[in-house]
Design a protein around this ligand. Structure first.
Ligand SMILES: Cc1cc2nc3c(=O)[nH]c(=O)nc-3n(C[C@H](O)[C@H](O)[C@H](O)COP(=O)(O)O)c2cc1C
Length: 202
């Protein structure tokens, strides 16, 4: 294959310009074309992966599927509260029931272990995270509102079986996608990289 003609200015622009936008910033009832989501998923599939185990798995909820997911997490929240004796907060229940409906697509992010791969679990989590970054970059490049959320069933053991998880497999959260309500783009915020790097030169 010939060496690709990458454009560093564009790459830097999209990496630094990628932003999260949350449910409050979503334009409701105006779905993104499935073809855009498919492109995000295809780009996710090109993340680096040790020994090519490709541990990322995705479940895409859209249309009526969003209702199914919303009701699922709301009812699980309710039954967990009843069972674990944790407080039941009506507003939280409502959020679980309503937030997914404000999105165009909600993508469950799963990490699937390969048996006997010998790969530490950290590397598979890292590979899935890189796949999510590819989705993030693609969503931003399309000017979409999107964010990775680790709420809802992400850490609920009761949800594991429903998502087909076994052993060290993980539900790693949900990628919410919508068109943005406004043309404004959020400002990014980071502490300087110099505060986070040590160089050893000799
Ligand atoms: C692993 C991971 C989990 C996250 N979980 C949440 C979450 O549960 N809720 C949320 O509002 N944002 C979540 N975020 C998004 C961050 O809030 C967001 O990346 C951060 O505010 C920086 O903004 P930026 O993405 O626009 O640079 C998560 C991000 C990552 C990488």
């Amino acid at each position: 294959m010939e060496k690709p003609d990458f454009n560093i200015e564009e790459v830097t622009k999209i990496i630094r310009g990628r932003r999260s936008m949350f449910v409050a910033q979503f334009k409701e009832n105006d779905p993104v074309d499935d073809s855009v989501i498919e492109e995000m998923l295809e780009n996710a599939n090109w993340a680096p992966t040790h020994k090519l185990t490709q541990p990322w798995r995705f479940i895409v909820y859209t249309g009526e599927g969003l209702k199914k997911f919303a009701n699922y997490q709301a009812e699980m929240y309710k039954s967990r509260a009843a069972k674990n004796g944790t407080p039941f907060i009506e507003a939280t229940y409502q959020k679980f029931k309503e937030n997914p409906l404000k999105a165009s697509h909600v993508i469950a992010i799963l990490m699937k272990r390969t048996e006997n791969s010998g790969i530490p679990v950290m590397e598979e989590i890292a590979a899935v995270s890189m796949a999510v970054q590819n989705m993030y970059l693609t969503a931003s490049a399309y000017g979409l509102a999107a964010y990775w959320g680790t709420g809802g069933p992400t850490f609920w053991p009761e949800a594991r079986e429903d998502f087909g998880l076994e052993g060290e497999d993980m539900l790693m959260g949900f990628f919410y996608v919508a068109k943005p309500a406004s043309d404004r783009w959020p400002t990014g915020k980071r502490e300087p990289i110099a505060d986070k790097v040590g160089w050893i030169r000799e």
